[in-house]
Design a protein around this ligand. Sequence first.
Ligand code: CA
Length: 230
Amino acid sequence: MASGIIMSNRTLAINDRVYDYLISASVQESEVLIRLREETAKEPLANMQIAPEQGQFMALLVELLDVRRAIEIGTFTGYSALRIAMSMPEDGYLICCDNSRAWSAVARRYFAEAGLADRIDLRVAAALDTLNDLLKQGQAGTFDFAFIDADKENYENYYERCLKLMRPGGLIAVDNTLWGGSVADPDNQEPDTLAIRRFNEKLYKDDRISLSLVPIGDGLTLARKRHKNS
Ligand code: CA
């Protein structure tokens, strides 16, 4: 990896004041999204919900790519799924994977309130099983977009399956790839940190994709599946 590069034009260190400004100057949320975000903020695991500016960024990516078929791994209470689904056309199709019945029930309630339940196929099961089923059904190469945000030790497994499921030019977005900054601390040998570090190293060397690690939220890696000859 490139190392030892500290440049004056590096990404801005965002303090609370700048962050508040960024939110107030750019984040636009529908009433349903605000309610879902506020309800989820009361959950003990509320920090599993993506930041609103990240949700809006992903929604823009979905628009740019004209995403019609998408996969989400790790839906939690549904905020990111709603952002994705809202940016898809009426015939859009989003498969959501989560293994929690309780969180999925919250997500389903909000999908219905947003009028998007018919666009979202939420499968309460182990995500690897769902992805393997899709591959067995011959759906490789048929998806435009994937968002991976589940157990970190399976990131490589999710990524490999998603890469097969993407069409050439399709985009995989992967959450938490800066992991609170712990990936940059060599003394941090926690299993999740090791898994994300290993995952980042793998993608850095992967010539099947074009790569960018965007420092939004907790780090969002974008991996676009290359066309064969590019
Ligand atoms: Ca996350």
